[in-house]
Design a protein around this ligand. Structure first.
Ligand SMILES: [Mg+2]
Length: 132
Protein backbone atom coordinates (compact mmCIF):
# COMPACT_ATOMS: atom_id res chain seq x y z
CA UNK A 1 0.00 0.00 0.00
CA UNK A 2 1.22 3.51 -0.82
CA UNK A 3 0.86 6.35 1.66
CA UNK A 4 0.61 10.00 0.59
CA UNK A 5 1.21 12.76 3.13
CA UNK A 6 0.43 16.45 3.17
CA UNK A 7 2.72 18.62 5.32
CA UNK A 8 0.79 21.60 6.75
CA UNK A 9 -2.04 20.28 8.89
CA UNK A 10 -0.65 16.73 8.93
CA UNK A 11 3.03 16.86 10.02
CA UNK A 12 2.74 20.40 11.34
CA UNK A 13 -0.16 22.17 13.00
CA UNK A 14 -1.33 25.12 10.92
CA UNK A 15 -1.44 27.62 13.79
CA UNK A 16 2.12 27.60 15.09
CA UNK A 17 3.77 25.30 12.54
CA UNK A 18 4.91 22.98 15.28
CA UNK A 19 5.18 19.22 15.17
CA UNK A 20 1.79 17.52 15.46
CA UNK A 21 1.21 15.47 18.61
CA UNK A 22 1.80 11.72 18.01
CA UNK A 23 3.65 12.38 14.74
CA UNK A 24 6.41 9.90 15.53
CA UNK A 25 3.92 7.11 16.25
CA UNK A 26 1.98 8.06 13.12
CA UNK A 27 5.06 7.97 10.86
CA UNK A 28 6.23 4.69 12.38
CA UNK A 29 2.84 3.17 11.60
CA UNK A 30 2.56 4.46 8.02
CA UNK A 31 6.12 3.36 7.19
CA UNK A 32 5.24 -0.03 8.62
CA UNK A 33 1.94 -0.60 6.76
CA UNK A 34 3.33 0.77 3.48
CA UNK A 35 6.59 -1.17 3.76
CA UNK A 36 8.40 2.11 3.18
CA UNK A 37 6.27 3.39 0.30
CA UNK A 38 5.53 6.81 1.77
CA UNK A 39 5.25 9.82 -0.56
CA UNK A 40 4.99 13.57 -0.17
CA UNK A 41 1.78 15.17 -1.43
CA UNK A 42 2.19 18.81 -0.51
CA UNK A 43 2.30 22.11 -2.37
CA UNK A 44 5.82 22.46 -0.95
CA UNK A 45 6.99 19.38 -2.87
CA UNK A 46 4.80 19.45 -6.01
CA UNK A 47 7.81 20.18 -8.23
CA UNK A 48 9.15 16.74 -7.34
CA UNK A 49 11.84 17.86 -4.88
CA UNK A 50 11.65 17.94 -1.10
CA UNK A 51 14.81 19.93 -0.31
CA UNK A 52 13.01 23.20 0.58
CA UNK A 53 10.38 21.35 2.62
CA UNK A 54 13.08 19.45 4.51
CA UNK A 55 14.97 22.65 5.21
CA UNK A 56 11.93 24.14 6.96
CA UNK A 57 10.85 20.90 8.61
CA UNK A 58 14.27 20.43 10.19
CA UNK A 59 13.58 23.44 12.43
CA UNK A 60 10.09 22.36 13.42
CA UNK A 61 10.52 18.63 14.00
CA UNK A 62 12.25 16.57 16.68
CA UNK A 63 15.57 15.18 15.46
CA UNK A 64 14.44 11.54 15.39
CA UNK A 65 11.25 12.45 13.53
CA UNK A 66 13.23 14.50 11.02
CA UNK A 67 15.45 11.49 10.36
CA UNK A 68 12.32 9.44 9.55
CA UNK A 69 10.89 11.88 7.02
CA UNK A 70 14.10 11.89 5.00
CA UNK A 71 12.93 8.53 3.64
CA UNK A 72 9.68 9.94 2.25
CA UNK A 73 9.66 9.82 -1.56
CA UNK A 74 8.81 12.63 -3.94
CA UNK A 75 5.81 13.05 -6.21
CA UNK A 76 5.25 15.54 -9.00
CA UNK A 77 1.95 17.21 -9.77
CA UNK A 78 0.70 20.40 -11.30
CA UNK A 79 -2.88 21.51 -10.61
CA UNK A 80 -4.45 18.82 -8.46
CA UNK A 81 -2.74 16.65 -5.88
CA UNK A 82 -4.54 13.65 -7.35
CA UNK A 83 -2.17 13.94 -10.36
CA UNK A 84 0.63 12.85 -8.03
CA UNK A 85 -1.18 9.71 -6.85
CA UNK A 86 -0.69 6.30 -8.44
CA UNK A 87 -4.44 5.97 -8.70
CA UNK A 88 -4.52 2.28 -9.71
CA UNK A 89 -2.57 1.24 -6.64
CA UNK A 90 -3.78 0.58 -3.13
CA UNK A 91 -3.25 3.85 -1.29
CA UNK A 92 -4.17 6.10 1.61
CA UNK A 93 -3.93 9.87 1.34
CA UNK A 94 -3.71 11.89 4.55
CA UNK A 95 -4.65 15.56 4.23
CA UNK A 96 -6.39 18.29 6.21
CA UNK A 97 -7.88 20.35 3.37
CA UNK A 98 -8.48 19.30 -0.21
CA UNK A 99 -10.07 20.92 -3.24
CA UNK A 100 -13.55 19.88 -4.32
CA UNK A 101 -12.07 19.00 -7.74
CA UNK A 102 -9.67 16.57 -6.04
CA UNK A 103 -12.54 14.93 -4.16
CA UNK A 104 -14.60 14.76 -7.35
CA UNK A 105 -11.74 13.02 -9.11
CA UNK A 106 -11.35 10.45 -6.33
CA UNK A 107 -15.09 9.83 -6.46
CA UNK A 108 -15.05 9.41 -10.24
CA UNK A 109 -12.56 6.56 -9.90
CA UNK A 110 -14.22 5.09 -6.80
CA UNK A 111 -11.29 5.92 -4.49
CA UNK A 112 -12.83 8.52 -2.17
CA UNK A 113 -12.50 6.07 0.74
CA UNK A 114 -8.70 6.28 0.32
CA UNK A 115 -8.69 9.89 1.55
CA UNK A 116 -8.29 10.27 5.30
CA UNK A 117 -8.98 13.65 6.84
CA UNK A 118 -6.45 14.79 9.43
CA UNK A 119 -7.75 17.15 12.06
CA UNK A 120 -5.38 17.10 15.04
CA UNK A 121 -6.18 13.41 15.43
CA UNK A 122 -2.97 11.51 14.67
CA UNK A 123 -3.28 9.45 17.86
CA UNK A 124 -6.75 8.32 16.80
CA UNK A 125 -5.51 7.55 13.28
CA UNK A 126 -2.61 5.45 14.61
CA UNK A 127 -5.04 3.32 16.57
CA UNK A 128 -7.29 3.01 13.54
CA UNK A 129 -4.41 1.98 11.25
CA UNK A 130 -3.19 -0.59 13.74
CA UNK A 131 -6.64 -2.19 13.89
CA UNK A 132 -6.86 -2.70 10.12
MG1 LIG B 1 -2.60 20.95 4.41
Amino acid sequence: MKIYLDIDGVLLDTKEYKQMPYLKEFLTTVFDISKGEVYWLSTHTKHGESDVALYHLEEALDKDVFEMIKDIRNTKWNTLKTEGIDINSDFLWFDDVIFQAEYNFLESVGKEHCLIKVKDNLEELVNLLKED
